[in-house]
Design a protein around this ligand. Structure first.
Ligand SMILES: C[S@@+](CC[C@H](N)C(=O)[O-])C[C@H]1O[C@@H](n2cnc3c(N)ncnc32)[C@H](O)[C@@H]1O
Length: 182
């Protein structure tokens, strides 16, 4: 896999952070993408955000939105949820919504649905404080990781690009060696 690192100021609009914007311009291939946590982003064709004061086309809880897609139907998913249970609670409190399910198990449920709806060879780009992505157990293989450092005591934003199935003709072992040597 390729691992790259850049530096940029933090921004709650993840996709407006310059290295992430460039990464997305390169890696969003195909037109059938969904973004269950879109806020005001229009990068995907199907956008959703629980918060009604955003420009997303629908305002469902992410799991409900993801369940509305057919099996193996999408070229890709942008997965930029709250990064912790604490962030999740802050989001809900700020929009006056009381959700029962704010446990970490909700991330697993979102990932299971994402794995179901992405077509074989399709892509998921995940954002957060870890590089777990959707994961090998749900049929995904990491192709690229972009670490965006923000300085001071800020956590990095970690962007993980994965492909569903063994469809990448990448030689991950050699590529990792090459990256480490540079
Ligand atoms: C990290 S932000 C996404 C930022 C976006 N990618 C951008 O670059 O502007 C997460 C978004 O998810 C929304 N959200 C939080 N919990 C949600 C849920 N359970 N279902 C749908 N949207 C949710 C929040 O309202 C927030 O706008």
């Amino acid at each position: 896999m390729i691992i790259e690192r850049s530096w940029s100021m933090p921004n709650s609009l993840t996709f407006s952070i310059k290295p992430i914007k460039l990464f997305l311009e390169q890696e969003i291939l195909g037109s059938e993408w969904c973004d269950p946590f879109a806020r005001n982003s229009k990068l995907a064709k199907y956008t959703n955000d629980l918060n009604k004061n955003t420009k997303a086309k629908s305002h469902l809880e992410a799991l409900e939105f993801l369940k509305s897609f057919e099996d193996d139907s999408l070229d890709g998913v942008l997965f930029d949820p709250p990064y912790s249970t604490r962030q999740m609670k802050e989001v809900y409190d700020s929009i006056g919504i009381h959700l029962k399910d704010t446990k970490s198990s909700v991330w697993t449920k979102w990932k299971e649905e994402i794995s179901r709806i992405v077509k074989p060879g399709g892509r998921v780009i995940s954002f957060g404080w870890n590089s777990g992505g959707i994961g090998k157990n749900l049929g995904f293989k990491i192709q690229k990781i972009l670490l965006v450092a923000h300085g001071g005591i800020h956590n990095d934003t970690i962007c993980t690009l994965e492909i569903k199935g063994e469809y990448s003709n990448f030689n991950s072992t050699n590529q990792t060696k090459l990256e480490l040597m540079n």
